[in-house]
Design a binder for this molecule. Structure first.
Ligand SMILES: [Fe+2]
Length: 395
C-alpha cells in the first residue's frame, strides 16, 4: 500500500475508533459481560499493543511498552508472552486514561513516521499495513461488543445512529450460474495491496453449476421458520445443532425477544425496535442457518459458489450487510504453505482448524476493509457478530 493511501485509511480508522470510544463512559469500557466478548478497554489496549510491535523496529524506544503490556493485551501471539485468559479481559488497571495516553503516543509516532519522506517505507509497510487491517477488524469487534454490552443493561441502552445501519432488502430472486471454463479463485497477491494469507494462492476451478439467491434472508422470511415451529422440530437440525438448541434453550436469533404484548422485538445499536421484516436476519449461528435452509428445501452455498457468484454477477448479487455462513471449512487453499518464520504472526495458518467460513462483510465492517475474497471464520455456535444466511440450490 502506498504511504499516502495508507495515511488516509489510517486516519479514517483512527477517527472512527475515537468517535466510538467518545460515546462510551469509562465504566462501559471496563465491563466484560461474559467470556463471549472482551471489554472495550481490552480491545483498545490490544489494538495499540499490536501497533506498538509494528512500529518498534523503526522506533526503538517503544520496545519497553511491548513487554509492559504483553501479558494483558496479547491475544494469541505466543512469540511475545503468555496472555491473560479471554474470560478475564476486564480490569481496573491500567486506567482508561493510561490506555488512551498509550494510543495518543503511538498515534503521534505514526503520524511523524508517515509524514517523513526521508524514510524508505518498503521495509516497514507490511507490518504497518497488517496493524491497520487488524485495527479495522477490531473496530467491527468493538461495535459488536458494544451491542452485546448495551443489550445486557437493564433497561437496554441506545448508542448512536452512525454505526452500522442495515439496509432494506429488495425482492429475492434466484440466479443460475453454469460454466465450464476455468475460473480463478482467491487473490493474486501481487495485484493487491493487502490480503490475509488464507486468501492465497489463487487456484483454478473448472466447473460450476448452481443456483443462488441474489440476496440474504430477511427477518420476515426467518420469522416464518420460527412461527412454523422450526426450533421445536429436530428434523431440520444437524445432531450438533439440535444439541446446541436444547442445551441453550434457543428459540430465536440472538437479539430477538418478545415484548409484554407479544410483539417480536429486536435489539440494535439504536436500542430496541419492533422486528423489521425487510432487514436481513442477523446474529444467527451456523446451526440456525443450516436448519433454515433445510426447512426451505434449499442449502447454504459453498465458499467457492459465493465467490464465483459475487465476481460474475457484480451488482446483481447483493452482499456486504451480514457475514454469510457457508458450508466450507476454514482450511488452506491448494498449494498453500504456512511461512517458516512468522515473528509478527501475520499468517492465519494457526486458525485453520476446520471451523466454518463466512463470506461477505457486515454493516459494522469499516469501509475499504471488505473484499470478495475475504474469508471470515467463526465457530459454528457464535452469534455475537453479524452472521446471516444466503440460500443456494443445486441444478
Ligand atoms: Fe486482534
Amino acid at each position: 500500500m502506498l504511504k499516502t493511501e495508507f495515511l488516509v485509511r489510517y486516519r479514517t480508522a483512527y477517527q472512527e475508533l475515537n468517535r466510538i470510544i467518545d460515546l462510551l463512559s469509562v465504566e462501559d469500557c471496563a465491563v466484560q459481560v461474559d467470556d463471549k466478548h472482551s471489554s472495550i478497554k481490552w480491545h483498545l489496549g490490544h489494538i495499540w499493543w499490536l501497533w506498538n510491535i509494528a512500529i518498534s523496529d523503526i522506533d526503538i524506544k517503544r520496545k519497553t511498552f511491548i513487554e509492559q503490556y504483553s501479558y494483558l493485551f496479547n491475544s494469541y501471539y505466543p512469540g511475545y508472552s503468555t496472555s491473560l485468559p479471554q474470560s478475564r479481559r476486564s480490569f481496573g488497571r491500567p486506567f482508561m486514561r493510561e490506555i488512551l495516553g498509550y494510543q495518543e503516543n503511538l498515534n503521534e509516532s505514526l503520524e511523524i513516521l508517515l509524514s517523513d519522506d526521508s524514510i524508505d517505507s518498503s521495509d516497514y509497510m507490511p507490518a504497518l499495513t497488517f496493524a491497520l487491517n487488524h485495527m479495522e477488524q477490531h473496530i467491527e469487534l468493538i461495535l459488536s461488543s458494544i451491542k452485546y454490552l448495551l443489550n445486557s443493561y437493564s433497561p437496554k441502552v441506545t448508542f448512536d445512529s452512525e454505526s452500522g445501519t442495515e439496509l432494506y432488502l429488495s425482492k429475492s430472486s434466484w440466479l443460475e450460474l453454469t460454466g465450464e471454463k476455468n475460473f480463478m479463485l482467491g487473490l493474486n497477491q501481487s495485484a493487491t495491496s493487502f490480503c490475509y494469507d488464507c486468501e492465497t494462492p489463487q487456484y483454478e476451478h473448472f466447473q460450476y453449476s448452481f443456483i443462488i439467491s441474489n440476496r440474504v434472508v430477511t427477518n420476515g422470511e426467518y420469522l416464518e421458520f420460527v412461527e412454523a415451529g422450526g426450533y421445536e422440530d429436530r428434523s431440520y437440525w444437524t445432531n450438533t445443532g439440535w444439541d446446541w438448541v436444547c442445551k441453550n434453550s434457543i428459540t430465536s436469533p440472538f437479539y430477538w425477544y418478545k415484548n409484554n404484548v407479544d410483539d417480536w422485538m429486536e435489539f440494535y445499536l439504536l436500542g430496541p425496535r419492533l422486528l423489521n421484516h425487510y432487514l436481513p436476519v442477523t446474529h444467527v449461528s451456523l446451526y440456525e442457518a443450516q436448519a433454515y435452509a433445510k426447512w426451505r428445501d434449499n442449502r447454504l452455498p459453498t465458499e467457492k459458489e459465493w465467490e464465483i457468484a459475487a465476481t460474475i454477477l457484480d451488482d446483481d448479487f447483493q452482499w456486504g450487510q451480514v457475514w454469510e455462513w457457508t458450508t466450507s471449512k476454514f482450511d488452506p487453499y491448494p498449494k498453500y504453505y504456512p511461512p517458516a518464520k512468522d515473528p509478527m504472526h501475520l499468517s492465519t495458518w494457526s486458525l485453520m482448524d476446520g471451523r466454518p467460513v463466512l463470506r461477505g462483510a457486515s454493516c459494522f465492517t469499516p469501509e475499504g476493509h471488505a473484499r470478495i475474497t475475504y474469508r471470515n471464520y467463526y465457530k459454528p455456535d457464535y452469534r455475537l457478530q453479524f452472521g446471516g444466511i444466503r440460500l443456494a440450490k443445486s441444478i
